[in-house]
Design a protein around this ligand. Structure first.
Ligand code: NAD
Ligand code: DAU
Length: 331
């Protein structure tokens, strides 16, 4: 197959491209605008006869249409992805997540191309800490932030294009990813690289908020499974039973890095901070037979810490600007 991967120079998209090269014979074209979050270095070392790179924007209809004409299937990762940025300046989120997804859907309709839309569990809002419930494919949409509301909007566009135009689409909503190539603005790499730099980790509020962690490589294997075996028009939730609160995660990072587990600071909480996410991925597991491989969160986290220790040249260029942004917000 010839795959077009939007956002393939970002965190999860680049992990997916590495996964596809390693586990399949597919050829990949990456379409990426190289925003502050995109990095060509995340694709370094991949074979040139398997992976091509196009520097461009998913809102560019002519460019997108030409690429779809040469593609068997599209996996759409490109997005503005960070909640804190969306609270600061929502506009790019509307442009990329809504108009960009619309542009791709129109090309999929014209070219009759198989399309997989990557989304997030945040479209469902949040759960109480003591609620035994987890998100399922039928949980009502209830997004909280500018980021998650634009992702919810993009999901609804996809569903409308399936119903109205018969576009060959699947959707997946995944929980919080960790692993290599994640931008230092995000929670886990921010704390790891802070410790490497001698800065104390920063915990928003009391740190009771729960995220459902999954390794990015498990997200990739799930997406490949859905692309190959998923039923058209269906949504699949992706998760690996990885619920942990932020306080636990920051203390674990400190311990794994040989520091005092209490050596972190509480800072201003995020506005509208979602309390808890939790995924029930039974549909994906029972219908398509997918299982995560990174069952041990602590081992996956230790490997991720090693990756950031060994790849300072990858993350260092973004570190100072990221910390200056947080400093302005008192975080
Ligand atoms: P990221 O911010 O690391 O990467 C986004 C990529 O998209 C970057 O390479 C960027 O240059 C590119 N991009 C942004 N705007 C573009 C545009 N207009 N045209 C072309 N390229 C553009 O994001 P990520 O964390 O890898 O997330 C990827 C996708 O996965 C997103 O759709 C996100 O909503 C979803 N998701 C993320 C997580 C997570 O934990 N990070 C979990 C579930 C779902
Ligand atoms: O659930 C999936 C979502 O996970 C994706 O859709 C998003 O693209 C992705 O960014 C992620 O969203 P979060 O907002 O959960 O991730 P973030 O890494 O920003 O924060 C994780 C948790 O850690 C959250 O509760 C906020 C907290 N946090 C974050 C930072 C950056 C801190 O306590 N301190 C920090 O310095």
């Amino acid at each position: 197959m010839k795959l077009l991967v939007t956002g393939g120079a970002g965190f999860i998209g680049s992990n997916f491209v590495h996964h596809v090269v390693e586990h399949t014979d597919h050829r990949v074209t990456v379409l990426d605008a190289l925003t502050y979050a995109g990095n060509r270095a995340s694709l370094a070392g991949l074979p040139a006869d398997r992976v091509a790179f196009v520097h461009g924007d998913i809102t560019d209809a002519a460019l997108v249409d030409g690429l779809f004409a040469e593609t068997d299937a599209v996996v759409h990762y490109a997005a503005e992805s960070h909640n804190d940025n969306s609270l600061d300046d929502p506009r790019p989120f509307l442009e990329t997540n809504i108009v960009g997804t619309y542009t791709l859907l129109e090309a999929a309709r014209r070219r009759d191309v198989r399309f997989h839309h990557i989304s997030t569990d945040e479209v469902y809002g949040d759960l109480e800490l003591d609620d035994p419930a987890r998100f399922t494919e039928t949980t009502p949409y209830n997004p909280s932030s500018p980021y998650s509301s634009t992702k919810a909007g993009s999901d609804l566009l996809v569903r409308a294009w399936v119903r109205s135009f018969g576009v060959q689409v699947t959707i997946s909503n995944c929980s919080n990813n960790y692993g290599p190539y994640q931008h230092v603005e995000k929670f886990i790499p921010r704390q790891i690289t802070n410790i490497i730099r001698g800065i104390r980790p920063r915990l928003y509020g009391a740190g009771q908020n729960v995220r459902d962690w999954i390794h990015a490589d498990d997200h990739s294997s799930a997406v490949l499974t859905i692309l190959e075996k998923g039923r058209i028009g269906e949504t699949y939730l992706i998760g690996a039973d990885g619920e942990r609160n932020n306080k636990h995660v920051v203390e674990l990072i400190l311990s794994l890095m040989g520091q005092d587990p209490d050596a972190y600071d509480h800072v201003a909480d995020r506005a509208g901070h979602d309390l808890r996410y939790a995924i029930d991925s039974s549909k994906l597991r029972t219908e398509l037979g997918w299982e995560p491989q990174f069952a041990d969160f602590e081992a996956g986290l230790a490997a991720t810490i090693d990756w950031y220790r060994e790849n300072e040249s990858w993350w260092a260029p973004a570190k100072d600007a990221t910390e200056a942004f947080y400093a302005r917000k008192g975080q």
